[in-house]
Design a binder for this molecule. Structure first.
Ligand SMILES: Nc1nc2c(c(=O)[nH]1)N[C@@H](CN(C=O)c1ccc(C(=O)N[C@@H](CCC(=O)O)C(=O)O)cc1)CN2
Length: 290
């Protein structure tokens, strides 16, 4: 068996084609959505992700607002930048690129983001809304994974999903999305304390690998026909290397390439969150006008 491809690039393009008329409708009402990014330091990976986010946004007519800050910035100065973006009417949604340098308290920064402008869905209020089942911005990578699976016809209702990795940007929040009634999957969240990872992966219809350990998911661990998504980002000999061993493609039913799978979907859902925030801002003004 050779797995079918969960094509993140093509799916991102399809999502952009759906967003374009919504951006045009906003323009007709005098609103250009604005995406803000806060980037601290000079990590090449973070710089590249932020560059791609703005390039994507520009393609569908979203304005870019960049705040690139030195790695030795103080917590107070960083929080002042957050306050500025909260107050800037041209910025409809923004993100703080993670990770932040160690001397900064990321949770305090995320807490300060106006929840109505939280384009990443990672601020505590957004996470609380997700837990409570209330509407709000969804975290981009889990949101992208769910869209990628649904748009390729992979059944989530009743599926057994094993997620490897409990970080907030992927694993933990993906568990919250997939166990909503609308997705209705059964999720096992694995981490470094998991006793028998192979057994947990083997019983899954869908495997999401977000451990950051190159090749940790090997073909013998995967049930024939399972969908396998690779979210791992490591660099081995200067080459991007995922968590899924290449031979898994011989066993799986579906596989997401890496690059070209979940990464582009993360960017697509960020743009989608910004368009939603801009639409909400108009409804807010219209509501206030009666
Ligand atoms: N504030 C946030 N920080 C981080 C998040 C996040 O969702 N919000 N997630 C990751 C990184 N990330 C988003 O910022 C991200 C990762 C990968 C890609 C991507 O498109 N990757 C390409 C490959 C790029 C390459 O060749 O290096 C792909 O997979 O095809 C986009 C965004 C951590 N930080």
């Amino acid at each position: 068996m050779t797995a079918k491809i969960l094509d993140g690039k093509a799916t991102k393009n399809a999502i952009f084609a759906e967003l374009e008329p919504r951006v045009a409708a906003l323009a007709a009402q005098g609103v250009t959505p604005g995406l803000g990014t806060v980037l601290v330091g000079d990590d090449p990976g973070s710089h590249s992700y932020v560059r791609m986010k703005h390039a994507d946004s520009g393609k569908i007519g979203i304005n870019s607002i960049r705040r690139d800050l030195p790695s030795d910035i103080t917590q107070e100065k960083l929080e002042a930048v957050i306050d500025d973006l909260n107050a800037d009417p041209a910025c409809h949604g923004y993100i703080v690129q993670l990770p932040l340098p160690k001397h900064l308290d990321a949770n305090r920064v995320l807490e300060r983001i106006d929840p109505e402008k939280d384009a990443d869905g990672l601020a505590p209020v957004s996470l609380g809304r997700l837990v409570l089942g209330e509407p709000g911005a969804l975290p981009c990578t889990p949101y992208g994974i769910v869209e990628l699976l649904k748009r390729h016809g992979v059944e989530l209702n009743g599926a057994r999903v094993t997620v490897v990795g409990r970080g907030i940007t992927v694993g933990r929040t993906l568990g919250l999305l997939l166990t909503r009634r609308s997705e209705n999957a059964t999720v096992t969240l694995c981490h470094t304390g998991t006793r028998d990872l192979a057994a947990e992966v083997r019983r899954a219809d869908i495997v999401v690998a977000a451990a950051g350990v190159p090749g940790i998911i090997t073909p013998d661990m995967v049930a024939p026909g399972a969908a396998v998504l690779d979210v791992g980002v490591s660099h081995v000999d200067g080459k991007l290397t995922g968590d899924v061993h290449p031979d898994v493609a011989e066993v799986a039913g579906w596989i997401s390439p890496n690059p070209g799978g979940v990464g582009p979907m993360t960017r697509a859902m960020l743009v989608s969150n910004v368009v939603e925030a801009a639409e909400r801002s108009i409804r807010g003004v219209q509501g206030a006008q009666g």
